[in-house]
Design a protein around this ligand. Structure first.
Ligand code: AGP
Length: 631
């Protein structure tokens, strides 16, 4: 939530900041602003709404400054108005601050500052920061001393509670940009005589591939000569940057109308990359190999003697976790639970021994998920050995905060996802669960090797199947979407391993098309939601071949009897489905256990085309942000 960017170097700062904000806009788009420092003055321009509005304001605004910060906002405290847009200034206009996060003790700090005569112009929590810095700065014995700016920011940072990342300018220090991080991401970028900071590497890749992620409790001073990193006690730290192996194409649309459509189409390549990374090419059941077919590279103690697996996630990642639970229980025979991280934090289930905790997150920065994992580690660490935390992350961003706090990571190989609606990252997370379940099944001998090999062959076919769906169904689904331009409610139903796909279909539709949609277990409809049905409410049933196929068909018939328009996600060879559904979203035949990864694709396309047809901002839907770094 919120994106911050900063630049110091030899170029004009404004275009660099705008370019960075464009690449961070997926993190929030309620307002945007930049502040630059030159000739002992800070120049701040802000605008309500999307970055476009700021760009218009800046069109004749090249002040030549080579130092600046920028911000794109997802509103928490205070409406999305210009007065609440960042950067915020202190009363003298000497300090400018952009923040990503929430200052939880801002009320106390505000009262303290107000009592000293500081006046507030916004309703934000952030505005306390420039005033606080100014207050510490003016109290220093010699504010003109070389480290004054750094010291004032450090003293202010020590007072802030909550999760935050800040970038700060000082009019008196035209060669310094100070940043600090506590529980919110902040990455530094290294160029030739120029340095950057940003909430995500997406804003850096067009300038540099040499980056350093700040850790919690760290400050950095960026100057044209280099970067100095300190802890919050101002002890200098030695840090080594790393090199990103990204290309710019990952953060560009490459001819697609929206990032979401591009990312839906990237799924075959992502799954192939993941299959190549983790499946052993020489593993054949008949040869009775003495090694696992899946090579996740995890420390053996992480998954040894498991009695229970606990999955923590939010949103779409939680849906991936639900598929994961099904796989871990049915394939590896390990009892598994899935919790919303935001719920688990405040009502955790009793600690169980021999538990593997899995955090699933595409951003690797979701505040609730990270806090739930941290809490799980803490509450286990004082207990006996079988209760010790073993934490695994499933993410496409192993370099994220999640990556630094877990004991092992399955890198899903999905890379960066820009569209706010998760698509390729979901498929890749689900594939990660297949790998884990199969590895555990092999080690615990819960599936015969022949069955493991059959599933592996099925997994290897999935990219081709998804390609076929994209080629054969996209145009038909686009056409179908026209029929739902005015629809107000949708119901999605599924059972067993495809119940989470019904949930995911509904979530995708509501978040980008703003149509009310419910995902429901098909068998539960008759216990209440069936009362919602009439001819105006389409029902989408995920009716893939397998144990619950006939049950789902019966539940769909019950909806049809209430005049609902029936859409079925079915296998091309399903003759029965043709006579039941009004419309078919066809996918290649695969065995039931593998069906979620094909069934989800037409649902992604359906929600995409309905939203695009309605002329909505598919990649940046209202009120949402890609990376939810606040509670
Ligand atoms: C997905 O389409 C949503 N935008 C959202 O539910 C998301 O899955 C959720 O916020 C969790 O994010 P994470 O995977 O980055 O933790």
């Amino acid at each position: 939530m919120c994106g911050i960017v900063g630049y110091i170097g030899t170029q004009a700062a404004v275009p660099v900041l705008i370019d960075g904000l464009e690449r961070l806009e997926y993190r929030g788009y309620d307002s945007a602003g930049i502040a630059t420092a030159a000739a002992g003055k800070i120049d701040c321009v802000r605008a309500k709404g999307k970055l476009l509005n700021l760009k218009e304001k800046l069109s004749h605004h090249d002040n030549g400054a080579q130092l600046g910060i920028g911000h794109t906002r997802w509103a928490t405290h205070g409406k999305p108005e210009e007065r609440n847009a960042h950067p915020h200034l202190d009363r003298s206009g000497r300090f400018a601050v952009a923040q990503n996060g929430i200052v939880e003790n801002y009320q106390i700090l505000k009262e303290e500052l107000q009592a000293k005569g500081y006046e507030f112009r916004s309703e934000t929590d952030t505005e306390v920061i420039p005033h606080l810095i100014a207050d510490y700065y003016q109290a220093l014995p010699d504010p003109t001393a070389p480290d004054s700016f750094l010291t004032a920011v450090q003293q202010a940072a020590l007072r802030l509670e909550g999760a935050f990342a800040i970038a700060v300018l000082c009019a008196d220090a035209p060669d310094e940009l100070i940043v600090a991080r506590q529980q919110a991401p902040l990455i530094l970028g290294f160029g030739q005589g120029e340095f950057y900071c940003a909430s995500d590497v997406t804003a850096l890749v067009s300038h540099t591939h040499t980056v350093l992620s700040l850790e919690n409790g760290e400050l950095a001073r960026l100057t044209p000569l280099g970067v100095e990193v300190y802890d919050f006690d101002l002890r200098r730290l030695r840090k080594l940057p790393r090199t990103l192996d990204w290309n710019l194409g990952a953060v560009e649309k490459q001819g697609f109308r929206h990032f979401m459509l591009k990312e839906i189409h990237e799924q075959p390549a992502v799954l192939r990359a993941s299959l190549d990374a983790y499946l052993h090419p020489q593993w054949r059941a008949l040869e009775q190999p003495q090694f696992s077919p899946v090579q996740l590279g995890l420390a053996p103690e992480l998954t040894a003697d498991l009695a229970h697996i606990q999955i923590l996630a939010c949103g779409t990642s939680w849906h991936a976790g639900l598929v994961g639970k099904y796989l871990l229980e049915q394939i590896a025979q390990i009892p598994a639970s899935v919790d919303y991280a935001s719920e688990f934090r405040y009502a955790p289930s009793p600690v169980r021994p021999q538990t593997l905790t899995i955090g699933v997150t595409q951003s690797g920065e979701t505040a609730d998920t990270l806090a739930a994992l941290e809490m799980e580690r803490e509450r286990r660490q004082n207990l006996d050995l079988p209760y010790q935390a073993r934490i695994l992350g499933i993410t496409n961003r192993p370099e994220s905060t999640l990556g630094t706090m877990v004991d092992g990571v399955i890198n899903t190989q999905a890379g960066i996802e820009i569209g706010v609606a998760a698509t390729k990252t979901f498929s890749a997370q689900v594939l990660g669960f297949y790998f884990l379940a199969l590895e555990l099944a092999y080690r615990r001998r819960t599936l015969p090797p022949e069955q493991i090999e059959r599933l592996l062959q099925g997994l290897r076919q999935l990219p081709n199947h998804i390609e076929a769906i994209l080629q054969q169904q996209d145009a038909a689904i686009q056409e179908l979407a026209h029929e739902f331009a005015e629809t107000q409610d949708f119901i999605f139903i599924g059972r067993g391993i495809n119940f989470p796909i019904a949930l995911e279909g509904a979530l995708k539709l509501k978040e980008i098309s703003y149509i009310h949609a419910e995902g429901y277990p098909a068998g539960e409809m008759k216990h209440g939601p069936i009362a919602l049905l009439d001819s105006k409410v389409p029902v989408v049933a995920v009716a893939m071949p397998g144990a619950v196929h006939d049950k789902v068909i019966s539940n769909a018939q019950e909806a049809k009897a209430r005049d609902a328009r029936l859409i079925g996600v079915t296998s091309v060879d399903d003759a029965q489905a043709r006579s039941v559904f009004d419309t078919l979203l066809l996918v290649p035949p695969v065995e039931e256990l593998l069906s979620p990864l094909v069934a989800v694709v037409p649902l992604q396309l359906l929600s995409y085309h309905i939203a695009a047809r309605r002329g909505l901002d598919v990649d940046q839907p209202r009120n949402l942000a890609k990376s939810v770094t606040v509670e």
